[in-house]
Design a protein around this ligand. Structure first.
Ligand SMILES: Nc1ncnc2c1ncn2[C@@H]1O[C@H](COP(=O)(O)OP(=O)(O)OP(=O)(O)O)[C@@H](O)[C@H]1O
Length: 225
């Protein structure tokens, strides 16, 4: 599903690379945590997988496609198979909950009758059915992240990337988000989560990839932080 072969990424010409000669294989249906100290290259890895950045060297294959070869005009189509959530939620502040989720579907020209059916389904799934009219600033952090997750999942992506999804949440809300990520994984989505949350990583017993200075220093199934 996700293959990195000898991937390096340097920002500009100077300094040490953010990703150094990385090799990684994530299979369809896996749930993977990426951990490591600040500056170890985790967010850079996520950006490479989204083709927000291209590697300086090496190749990335996603769903049998060498993403270096994707033409600029085809990048949006490529990204449709990937759902993303971030630490800071990134909701549209001037749209309500319903519209935030519907927006993701309108972008890919989903017919209105399907949007009307799927948005409430997604909202029920994340436990926010009653809040469909609320605006982001009327929601708690945990609720906002659940909306972001519903939006990321509404188009049924093959892959879900989460960059510190619980970074702004308290332990209870963090667990709720992780459970929702796990449920998405159980429905077949390949899930990659960057996190600093030691307690959750240790408890969930998933594959844990630890990065340091742009390199993978350990990769363990049923691993810990
Ligand atoms: N746009 C950029 N320009 C130059 N250097 C950058 C840029 N983005 C990241 N870097 C550098 O690349 C390295 C890896 O950064 P990255 O953000 O990938 O780390 P991270 O593991 O996600 O860190 P954190 O846990 O703090 O989010 C760091 O040394 C950082 O300073």
């Amino acid at each position: 599903m996700i293959i990195l072969e000898n991937v390096s990424k340097s920002y500009g010409n100077t300094g040490v690379p953010a990703i150094k000669n990385m090799n990684l294989h994530i299979k369809r249906g896996e749930f993977v945590f990426i951990v490591g100290p600040s500056g170890s290259g985790k967010s850079t890895l996520i950006k490479l997988l989204l083709k927000e950045l291209d590697p300086t060297e090496g190749n990335i294959t996603i769903n049998n496609l060498n993403i270096r070869r994707i033409k600029k005009r085809h990048v949006p189509k490529f990204r449709r198979q990937i759902g993303v959530v971030f630490q800071d939620f990134r909701l549209l502040e001037d749209r309500n909950v319903y519209e935030n989720i519907a927006f993701a579907q309108k972008v890919i020209e989903t017919p209105n009758r399907i949007i009307k059916r799927q948005v409430p389904t997604m909202l029920s799934m994340v436990g926010l059915a009653e809040k469909y009219k609320s605006f982001p600033n009327q929601l708690s952090g945990g609720e906002q992240q659940r909306v972001a997750l519903a939006r990321a999942l509404v188009n049924n992506p093959k892959i879900l990337l989460a960059d510190e999804p619980t970074g702004n949440l308290d332990p209870k809300n963090s667990w709720e988000i992780m459970k929702l990520l796990e449920e998405a994984n159980q429905r077949g989505t390949t899930v990659v989560v960057v996190t600093h949350n030691k307690e959750i990583v240790d408890a969930m017993k998933k594959r844990v990839i630890t990065m340091k200075k742009g390199e993978i220093i350990s990769d363990e199934y049923q691993g810990g932080y």
